[in-house]
Structure formats: C-alpha cells, structure tokens
Write a protein that binds this ligand. Structure first.
Ligand SMILES: O=C(O)CCC(=O)C(=O)O
Length: 218
C-alpha cells in the first residue's frame, strides 16, 4: 500500500492492520517541543547516544540510547548494563516518558506497563532495516503487549510487513508528533524505516533529523 497524498486528520486512530494503528498528530507542537528537549538532554547525558554495531559487524544507521534496560545489539538480549559499549548501567526510564507511552496505548485501546524505551536518533541519512521486535519476554510477546512508538522531527518512511520477512510491505509516513502502536496479532510484524525526509520537521522544533522512542514491556 502506498502512502495516501493527504495525511489523516490529527487525533484519529487509523488501523493499518489488526492490532497496528497510527495515531497521527497525537502530540501537540508544545508536547513535541518538550519531548525533543527530553531526547536531546537524555542523549547528551553522561550515558548518552552511541552508534551500535550489530552481530556480523555492520554499524546501525542510527544512534541509540536504551532506558530501563539496554538492548545489546550483539546478543539481541536486554541487559542491565551496556556491555557492548562502555559497561555503564542503562539509565532509568523516566516516569513522565512511561506515562506518555501509557497514554498512547490507552488511546489505541491497549495497555502497556513500559519498563524499556529505545530512543533512536536518525540523521537525515538514517534508516533501520526490516526486523521484528522479539527480544522481550516470551509472555509479553505471547500476550501481544504492544510496542508504542513516538516520532519527533523529520518525517520517516516507515514500512510495516507481516509475520514473515518476505510478506508484502505497507508504506506509511510517520510525521513529527505521530504515534504508532503494534500489539495483539501485529506484535511480531516486521517493520523498519527506509528513509528520513530531510527538512520536514516542524520549524519551531529547530531540529534536523528524527527522534523515535519505542516503549516496550520486558
Ligand atoms: O524509528 C522507527 O520508527 C522504528 C524503530 C524501530 O523499529 C525499533 O526501534 O525497533
């Protein structure tokens, strides 16, 4: 499915697949501004952004910071410290960010008790290959507890596939302030980001590139 020419009206919950919804314009501009500042501060903090190397030696095309638990790109496991980087403990997931994720999940009629946030910073040439989020606990995955994703800054071309890598892909734009939720039967769908559209961030945010926060329950 190609992205439609006109974005959906703000405040709508647009089901793109069973269990997968885009909530366009979920955050007001003020909230986006606040969240961009939170991302900047967290990423610039003492345990901040780094560019991970994955199994096989490839470097990711994003900078990452994990809150709550660290996702180790070499083992594909969640760990308490950043063993693949500097051994520092994963910073805690702040309550205000966790509360925001709960608000998004509730708007889509789902519940989540987030204890992890993977915060990604995309440059204008950033992207993320097609993958499944399946490193949380088996019970979480089996229950279809959702992943909540929030986008800030430049628009991302997001792809949502099926449960098999070769399944057809839907192309969706995720704009600044949009949320995306995938749980239930969509929890293990493949997804990724094919490109960032430079210069599309709302001017008042004064940023280039994109932040994406994905909240998960371990
Ligand atoms: O940046 C996005 O929209 C997707 C991020 C993602 O797929 C992930 O962190 O697992």
């Amino acid at each position: 499915m190609q992205e439609t020419l006109f974005p959906p009206a703000p405040g709508t919950v647009e089901w793109v697949a069973p269990g997968a919804a885009r909530l366009a314009g979920f955050l007001s501009l003020d909230e986006q501004h606040w969240l961009a500042g939170r991302c900047r501060d967290l990423g610039g903090g003492p345990v901040g952004w780094y560019r991970p190397t994955v199994r096989g030696g490839g470097r990711m095309r994003v900078e990452m910071l994990c809150l709550g638990r660290h996702w180790n790109p070499l083992t594909y496991r969640y760990e308490s410290t950043r063993a693949d980087r500097d051994g520092a403990p994963a910073p805690p997931l702040p309550d205000d960010l966790a509360a925001l994720a709960c608000r998004v999940a509730a708007a889509a009629g789902m519940t989540l008790a987030p204890d992890i946030c993977i915060l990604n910073a995309y440059g204008t040439d950033g992207r993320m290959g097609l993958h499944q989020d399946k490193d949380e606990q088996p019970d979480t995955l089996a229950a279809g507890i959702p992943v909540v994703s929030i986008s800030i800054g430049d628009t991302a071309r997001f792809v949502l596939g099926g449960l098999r890598r070769r399944d057809p892909l839907q192309h969706l734009d995720l704009r600044s302030g949009d949320a995306f939720v995938f749980g239930g039967p969509a929890r293990l769908r493949y997804h990724g980001v094919t490109r960032i559209l430079p210069g599309t961030a709302p001017a008042p945010l004064g940023m280039t590139g994109r932040y994406n926060l994905t909240f998960r329950q371990y």
